[in-house]
Write a protein that binds this ligand. Structure first.
Ligand SMILES: [Zn+2]
Length: 296
């Protein structure tokens, strides 16, 4: 099955659900970053949460980044994407792992940390980006997104994000949903949806049964949902030699000159994928000349 998300809404237009199925997105992140099983779950949940939030932005050019700064050994998680279904991520210590919890689940909060912050930065093409920051609720990621929607957007929400890792560490299943109550939701609707969330159980088990994101929306909305949109999602890094050159130029002539004198060449690894960009002595001399001109 392709990796995609769907956005749906109930008949009364009081409850919105976005559901995602994205095992290949998460597995690509695992391969690029050589993630441990627990780090795969932490990164995968953040990537899927980011894809769902990005899908709710209005314009195709809008972009989003999610920063999770927990006090655990995994270190900072950064996920960034546009409102086009493409996302990429970075984590400080990708190989950090933890023993399984007593219930057999991956101990995500054990490596993310239970204290810290989640920050969402949204670039909507305005002068300043919109920045929302909340304290981590549990470090399990889904809870933290839910807390973000409640505190930052004042939207009561239920969030489930799950990643199932095989014995060989590949990603077997990954999916989840964000359910949001709009103003005007009645108590009865809230009760119904709370029951539906409970009946659904673990979201990773849901997709094991061959169900789809559309099924998930309908199960949460009592079969009365309207699917508003479906979009494919992918892990994609848009790095290029030109962008790396720009970042080298931004270091300025002094620092570039120092690299040229001390190392004579440079190799720059992308933060988000497995590409490296090599710069020879001649390349660096060319860049240094350009940097000097820019500084004039
Ligand atoms: Zn890249």
């Amino acid at each position: 099955m392709k990796n995609y998300l769907v956005r749906g809404i109930n008949k009364e237009k009081t409850i919105k659900v976005t559901a995602i199925f994205a095992p290949d997105v998460v597995d690509q992140a695992r391969i690029y970053h050589k993630l441990s099983p627990t780090a795969t779950a932490a990164m995968g949940r953040t990537l899927m949460g980011g894809l769902i939030v990005a899908a709710q932005m209005k314009n195709k050019g809008d972009s989003l980044s999610v920063h999770i700064d927990g006090d655990g050994p995994l270190g900072k998680i950064l996920v960034t994407g546009k409102n086009n279904g493409e996302i990429k991520g970075y984590v400080a210590n990708p190989q950090v792992d933890a023993p399984l919890k007593a219930n057999g689940k991956l101990d995500v909060s054990g490596i993310v940390g239970e204290h810290g912050t989640m920050t969402l930065v949204m670039d909507l093409g305005l002068k300043e980006p919109y920045v929302g920051k909340v304290s981590l609720l549990s470090g399990e990621i889904a809870d933290d997104f839910a807390q973000y929607f409640v505190q930052s957007d004042q939207v009561p929400s239920a969030v489930a994000l799950g990643v199932l890792v095989e014995k060989d560490h590949s990603v077997k299943d990954a999916g989840g949903y964000v359910l949001q109550m709009m103003p005007g939701a009645t108590e009865e609707e809230v009760d119904q949806v709370e029951k539906a969330v409970q009946d659904l159980g673990q979201v990773t088990d849901y997709f094991k049964e061959g169900k789809t994101p559309e099924d998930l929306v309908q199960d949460l909305l009592g079969g009365q949902g309207e699917i508003l949109e479906k979009r494919e999602v992918s892990y994609r890094c848009d790095c290029s030699r030109a962008k790396v050159e720009d970042s080298l130029l931004s270091m300025g002539p002094d620092q570039l000159g120092e690299i040229l004198r001390e190392d004579g060449e440079a190799e720059v690894a992308c933060y988000f994928c497995d590409k490296t960009y090599a710069f020879s002595k001649e390349d660096l001399e060319g860049l240094l000349a350009r940097a000097k001109k820019l500084n004039d």
